[in-house]
Design a protein around this ligand. Structure first.
Ligand SMILES: Nc1ncnc2c1ncn2[C@@H]1O[C@H](COP(=O)(O)OP(=O)(O)OP(=O)(O)O)[C@@H](O)[C@H]1O
Ligand SMILES: [Mg+2]
Length: 272
């Protein structure tokens, strides 16, 4: 959801639920953070976040508008720089690296508002996205040489976009635009895919179909995933793990049913 954030600034005494695992010490995840903090004026958008995501997990992230979900993703993918703390991916520290560098390491992401090139066809969008990983600094070559067209077509098939390949991206309905945004990341064969509200702006009926396509695609390519989601039915159906964000912190983290019963989560997230 893109509603205006209404959170109150966090206090350092926000309680942590019993379900939050202690992610301290050496990073042990595919994606790990230690002490990740970011403040916007008086708002603490990330509050000393320690986090480990293990390979194969399908993590859902829930939280009220303004809780800091997108901020966390933006820091992990290089779109924002943290004031403090570290980000690790696959055993390498990536703190402060650019989005492109982090993409090259194997982290894909999609956006709350899909970042597709509306003036281009669906296939062209994937061609442009696919060319990004081949480009090395100081070494520019024509896109046609750099892109594996078979990979582009396979990814279109995987996301069920093949029959829209020659349509303008800007003309797609929202659900397919969301799929295209994911396709543009998946064409680079990431190890981890982070999706910021993949079902927002899509009708309740279509959400389940959209998630079924996405999750099947990620399974087939054995991609570990994180998705931000406001719909608890979708969370229950698709997540193997759930993390609840409250005021810049992970307030509860664990098995979805357990986290959904957590009193803090019931009060602050589900009861929103
Ligand atoms: N670039 C920015 N400049 C100033 N404040 C920001 C910026 N980005 C985020 N914030 C603030 O940081 C807090 C966390 O925002 P964030 O977008 O991460 O929330 P969110 O959990 O993704 O919310 P939503 O569910 O609405 O997408 C909010 O108070 C927001 O207003
Ligand atoms: Mg957000």
């Amino acid at each position: 959801m893109n509603a205006t954030a209404t959170m109150t600034p966090t206090s350092s005494t926000t309680p942590r639920a019993a379900t939050a695992p202690a992610a301290a010490g050496a990073p042990r995840g595919l994606l790990s953070t230690r002490g990740l903090s970011l403040r916007f004026g008086g708002v603490v958008a990330a509050d000393a976040i320690d986090f480990d995501l293990l390979p194969g997990e399908r993590l859902a992230v829930v939280g009220q508008n303004g809780a800091g979900k997108t901020t966390f993703i933006n820091i992990c993918t290089g779109y924002l720089k943290a004031d403090q703390g570290q980000v690790f991916f696959d055993g390498h520290e990536v703190t402060g690296q650019s989005p492109r560098q982090i993409t090259r390491r194997g982290v894909g992401r999609s956006f709350q508002l899909p970042q597709v090139f509306g003036e281009h066809t669906v296939r062209e969008c994937l061609m442009v996205a696919a060319s990004a990983v081949h480009r090395r600094p100081g070494f520019l070559r024509p896109m046609a040489q750099a892109v594996d067209a078979d990979e582009v077509d396979a990814t279109l098939e995987l996301l069920q976009l093949a029959d829209r390949a020659h349509d303008l991206a800007g003309a797609l309905p929202e659900g397919q635009r969301k799929l295209l945004d994911v396709a543009m990341a998946l064409v680079l064969r990431p190890q981890l895919m982070i999706m910021d509200e993949p079902t927002s702006g899509v009708s309740t009926d279509e959400k389940h179909d959209l998630m079924a396509v996405l999750m099947k695609a990620l399974d087939e390519r054995r991609v570990t995933s994180i998705f931000v989601e406001h719909d608890i039915d979708i969370v229950r159906r698709y997540a193997t793990r759930l993390a609840a964000w409250i005021a810049g912190r992970i307030a509860a983290d664990g098995a979805p049913e357990e986290v959904l019963r957590d009193p803090l989560v019931v009060k602050n997230v589900i009861g929103e």
